[in-house]
Design a protein around this ligand. Structure first.
Ligand code: COA
Length: 150
């Protein structure tokens, strides 16, 4: 069974490190913005296999509009493709909506762009490279007023 719940930043570091920062120091997974963010963990049964972070940060293209930025979305390789990422994404969207914010954006790895598109995110601009994490698209989503999941 998949469950998603809010977690402290400390419970994001290991999965971020394995999935998103392999070969880099573990400290590269500690982000200053973590203290202002909310973090979700995804479980398959009793095992935590996923993390996602939503931090309040305006979209650089719309600096005056409240927005959340999605960062650090990761599911352990052997647990991918079982619905954990989707449930974390939709749960996070619902939490942002309940906070009264309707704009979301992220820097999406190009390999994950199709995942985000499935859930209504759109890519803007061209491909650009983040030195620690490869090629990305800027992606955005405007949330509707109605929750998708609880
Ligand atoms: C991208 C990621 C978070 C998705 O999580 P996941 O648990 O594997 O995804 P889910 O099982 O919930 O997938 C939901 C749907 O999206 C599809 N999907 C998942 N990853 C996909 C991808 N990279 N490209 C296209 N479709 C994808 C699944 O097939 C599934 O489709 P279905 O509903 O028809 O079965 C995960 O694969 C991951 O951690 N990848 C490596 C790190 C990464 O790229 N993170 C994103 C950084 S921006």
């Amino acid at each position: 069974m998949i469950t998603v719940k809010q977690i402290p930043p400390e419970l994001t570091y290991d999965i971020r490190h394995i999935v998103l920062r392999a070969g880099l120091p573990r400290e590269s997974c500690f982000w200053e913005t973590d203290r202002d963010a909310f973090h979700l963990g995804g479980w398959l049964g009793v095992r935590q296999v996923g993390v996602a972070t939503f931090q309040p940060e305006a979209d650089p293209d719309a600096p005056d509009r409240p927005a959340y930025r999605l960062r650090g979305m990761a599911v352990l390789p052997d647990a991918q493709g079982q619905g954990v990422g989707a449930l974390m994404l939709l749960s996070g969207e619902d939490r942002v909506r309940r906070l009264g914010v309707f704009q979301l954006w992220c820097d999406a790895r190009i390999g994950a762009a199709a995942f985000y598109r499935r859930y209504g995110w759109e890519a803007y601009g061209g491909v650009y490279t983040i030195p620690t994490a490869g090629e990305h698209y800027r992606m955005k989503k405007t949330l509707g007023k109605t929750a998708v999941c609880g």
